[in-house]
Design a protein around this ligand. Sequence first.
Ligand SMILES: Cc1cc2nc3c(=O)[nH]c(=O)nc-3n(C[C@H](O)[C@H](O)[C@H](O)COP(=O)(O)O)c2cc1C
Ligand code: SF4
Ligand code: SF4
Length: 250
Amino acid sequence: MIFCFTGTGNSLAVARNLASRLGEDIVMINHYTHPEVNAGESARVVWVFPIYSWGVPPVVLDFIDKVKITAGGGVPHFMVCTCGDDVGLAYVMWRRALARRGWRGVSAHSVAMPNTYVLLPGFDVDTAAVVREKLSAMPCRVERVAHAIKCCSNVDDVVKGSMAWIKSKVIYPLFVRFMMSPKPFHALSSCMGCGRCAANCPMGNIKMSSRRPMWNNHCALCLACYHSCPHHAVAYGKRTRDKGRWWNKA
Ligand SMILES: Cc1cc2nc3c(=O)[nH]c(=O)nc-3n(C[C@H](O)[C@H](O)[C@H](O)COP(=O)(O)O)c2cc1C
Ligand code: SF4
Ligand code: SF4
């Protein structure tokens, strides 16, 4: 069984690739998911999600806390995260969250994918050349990860990056506390009222009212609404001015 959270599609692309190699089903983590899942004959649980501020997205931590997995008790758990660059100590965070449920996190793996974080100065989507490089390396990387999972390898294989402790233990909590508000989201005058932002929100956080999107408070800051708007009409305060977009169609 593969639990997957995705905003802009990178993690779903990795989860699908992994699912075909491991013969596992994908269960999406979103606000629609009833947190009771039958693991059936699954030999393992694989958690696939993006890295947020060198940590595990709060929506995934919340799901780990609440999900009831029936059958398949005692199976090994693996983490496969997607990231633009590096993951810090996110895998330690994931393992601690599992341990609170009495589950065993066997190993963690990272897969580099196109960056989606654009909300701070100096952060933008990757160039077309970097996107091509990351996407062409992904299937090989996932093949290696799938092999490690099949062998039940207990070796973590993640790109930690520099200053991992500070990034995950200091910056991550500040980011979650102060930088994840949906309040700055608004639609620009170029909005055509197509509703795609609302349809693509994994949290069901956007309601259309008089053909305009309205953001509520159950936001994961996945940026799917921003990146998927065909008219570039979703803005986050002034921070998204002149920023690029990425949407994984795979
Ligand atoms: C809020 C947010 C924070 C992010 N923080 C990081 C980070 O700390 N390190 C990193 O390498 N990538 C970071 N990224 C990039 C994503 O992890 C990466 O692009 C991921 O593949 C997106 O997955 P998705 O398409 O499944 O949503 C961040 C993206 C977002 C939206
Ligand atoms: S996706 Fe863009 S154009 Fe369509 S409703 Fe949302 S903001 Fe408006
Ligand atoms: S409102 Fe936008 S950023 Fe927030 S969860 Fe929905 S799609 Fe993601």
